[in-house]
Design a protein around this ligand. Sequence first.
Ligand code: NAI
Ligand code: ISE
Length: 345
Amino acid sequence: MTLKIGVIGTGAIGQDHIRRITNTLSGGKIVAVNDVNKEQANAVVNTQGLDAKVYDDSHDLIKAEEVDAIVVTSWGPTHEEFVLAAIEAGKPVFCEKPLATTAEGCKKIVDAEIAHGKPLVQVGYMRRYDTGYRALKKVIESGKIGEALMVHCAHRNPSVPDTYTGDMSIVDTFIHEIDVLRWLLDDDYVSVQVVAPKKTSKALEHLQDPIMVLLETKQGVRINAEVFVNCQYGYDIQCQVVGETGIVNLPEPSSVILRSDAKLSTDILVDWKERFIDSYDTELQDWINSTVKGEVNGPMAWDGYAAAVTSDACLEAKKSGAIVPISLEERPDFYNKNLTVAGSL
Ligand code: NAI
Ligand code: ISE
């Protein structure tokens, strides 16, 4: 069976997911697209040679008979509306992160999905599919480094556009660490503090950059994470877990080692699309395969909610400078019963 997919949002990642579903993956076909920028939606259909209808209204696309499943790749603040509409239509939906920009918005989605009675939502936390993070998790679970005690990590982008707001360093960028570290440590967070070091001269006036986020988990693991979105030199994701008897690092993306001009060097990637290209492919192939079987196999709406509870607290901590408690309810039975493979790996 070919999964007929409708995509809402044909910007950077929307185009990239359309390309991979069309040219790289199997089992899925883009049959419908929508974007508030209709010109762009039309251009994407033409340049990618799609046999797809361009919808003026995203809700018509969600309800359309020829659409089996939805991919939401529009701006973060629009996700909640589209995911709720997909659940109402009883259709599976892959939603790029964040699931919604607030915990309140994510909770509405969780409640709607539970009321529907069957999981329909997967959230685009692709790092759970990354071979490097999976290798890291395997080492932690093997007990080779003893109990995890501390995590040091960094999320660095070379630069961000003028439209990037201060809150986005949390809800758009750091949200990846919030999800992947929770999954890596199999633990939830209890508190957060956000510290502002000296500001780089390379950031726009309105943006405090970099920031440092200090998280504590239920098990007492301390995490210090740098979010630096104008670091200039490249797209650089670092993660080191310090355990009782050893340390494990996220591997660098593979790259040739060049000996030239009396120097030993390797390239650093600059584009987030390249850094996790394999993870996006694996993630969406898994989504297509499990959707066809009527299952959800990746990060679920509950994970989107847990991330948003944490990001809400991070935003408060960023504003106040205080240590802000984080409290997440027990995971409902609905999600315990339907624990996913990528969620429990
Ligand atoms: P973008 O700005 O390049 O594209 C977003 C598109 O959504 C635009 O074409 C815009 O016109 C459209 N749009 C906005 N509101 C809409 C509405 N109400 N109805 C229909 N279309 C609408 O943004 P980008 O970078 O593609 O990001 C989109 C989403 O994907 C964001 O939530 C972002 O956080 C997420 N993302 C995830 C990544 C990952 O690593 N998993 C990487 C990049 C983005
Ligand atoms: C973007 O939306 C992403 O998801 C990228 O992975 C991240 O590195 C970037 O900071 C975000 O703006």
